[in-house]
Design a protein around this ligand. Structure first.
Ligand code: S3P
Length: 426
């Protein structure tokens, strides 16, 4: 489906966004492993998080969905059932990588598969630590889905992931719930810590000191009432819209502001953005607040070293802002972008050039030169949700009507994206 995007003039609105994708995945998995009933409010409407619910249903959890409220009757940590069919993870790397950790410690075998994009994404990053724990996993060419997991009794390990990845860390910690003794993850760069926060919330024996996380096997998790804050990575698109369209201001209510995610706000402020946080509170261990952003001209910026890992999902839309800024944007140390839903260095470089920007591509990133006026065009999403949404935001500041090809890719994380965009025109 092609989606037409018209340029936008000054707006002043207040919006709400769907639940955080990362937190929804974790709540979906942990409620299924917990004893007794749970209710999750504001669960992400994205297809990825529904892949997680589908997987947990296949493993025996009773799950019902009404709008964004999800009710789960958990199986208990020893109660997952052997699935009778392979588990479909759709487009979702988080579903496959986190679930691999849970399944490695179950007394049964199962297969995880995904769509074409997921089938090209590396799984050896989770297979390696799970093998050290005694897990038995097989994959196509040793690293690509489908993934066969032969569950067995795992042993706790101490593991330092070679790449900054919350998915790898979370996979090992979740496997640790089913391992003998203690499992320790030592991170070099502190990645998003939603798994740690959620495990503590569910009553697991977990400790975090600096960048070292310890979890013990044999925990009993307790079902509970949960609230998912709105997704800061989805908010990034609308913050960017307000920073692209002169004179605009925007308020976004109830956004997740976990400190391992807010490098985005710090970076935008360093570019010159005017952002305020209001009504800060804590819900289920996660920080939540309202964001208020006002248009103002942006300087450029550099995303490199440890910062790159902290902004990894937002780099596509930040690159659009970089092209609109006074000095442009440089992204380095971002090889991980090449193994996302698409090779986001290549797909964004090509789309930024189509906007009229001059882009120098490196193996680990790119440099985007400032561009006075974005050129309208037909921009491919390459089937990648964050590319579709980033280019839709860019199109708001273009010199005519643009189209996004395969625009429906946005629904992987944000099915309401285009209707929310319409609210800026109201
Ligand atoms: C996620 C971790 C990140 C991020 C992804 C969600 C998570 O992936 O890009 O969108 O929920 O743990 P990596 O672990 O590959 O960096």
């Amino acid at each position: 489906m092609n989606q037409k995007i018209h340029p936008l003039s000054r707006f002043e609105v207040s919006i709400r966004l769907p639940g955080d994708k990362s937190i929804s995945h974790r709540f979906g998995m942990l409620t299924a492993l917990a004893e007794g009933p749970s209710t999750i409010h504001n669960y992400s409407s994205g297809a990825d998080c529904h892949s997680t619910l589908g997987a947990m249903r296949t493993l025996g959890a009773e799950i019902s969905v009404e709008g964004t409220t999800v009710t789960v009757r958990g199986c208990g940590s020893a109660g997952l059932r052997p699935p009778t069919v392979p588990i479909d993870c759709g487009n979702s790397g988080t579903t496959m990588r986190l679930l691999a950790g849970i399944l490695a410690g179950q007394p049964f075998e199962c297969e995880l598969f995904g769509d074409e994009s997921l089938s090209r994404r590396p799984m050896d990053r989770v297979m390696n630590p799970l093998a050290l724990m005694g897990g038995v996993l097989e994959a196509r060419d040793g690293r690509y889905p489908p993934l066969t997991v032969r569950g067995c009794q795992l042993q706790g390990i101490t593991y330092a992931p070679p790449m900054a990845s919350a998915q790898v860390k979370s996979c090992v910690l979740l496997a640790g719930l089913f391992a003998n003794g203690e499992t320790v993850v030592e991170e070099r760069i502190r990645t998003r810590d939603h798994t740690e926060v959620a495990l503590r919330e569910f009553g697991a024996d977990i400790s975090v000191i600096g960048k070292t996380i310890r979890v013990r096997g044999g925990n009993i998790l307790q079902g509970r009432e949960l609230m998912v804050p709105s997704d800061l990575s989805s908010a990034a698109f609308f913050l960017s819209a307000a920073l692209l369209v002169p004179g605009s201001s925007l308020q976004i209510a109830g956004v997740g502001l976990n400190p391992t995610r807010t490098a985005l706000l710090d970076f935008l402020v360093s570019m010159g953005a005017n952002i305020r946080i209001l009504n800060l509170s804590q819900v289920n261990g996660e920080m939540v607040g309202d964001l208020l952003v006002r248009y103002g001209p942006l300087r450029g910026g550099v995303i490199e070293k440890d910062l790159t890992a902290l902004l990894i999902d937002e780099i596509p839309v930040l690159s659009v802002l970089g092209a609109a800024s006074a000095e442009g944007l440089v992204v380095r140390d971002a090889r991980e972008l090449r193994v996302k839903e698409t090779d986001r260095i290549a797909t964004m470089a090509s789309n930024l050039r189509a906007l009229g920007a001059e882009v120098e591509e490196f193996e680990d990133g790119y440099a985007v030169k400032p561009l006075r006026q974005f050129r309208a065009g037909i921009f491919p999403s390459f089937g990648d949700h964050r590319i579709a949404m980033s280019m839709a935001i860019a199109a708001l500041a273009a010199d005519g009507v643009s189209e996004i090809e395969e625009a429906e890719a946005a629904s992987v994380s944000f099915p309401e994206f285009y209707s929310t965009l319409d609210m800026l025109r109201a």
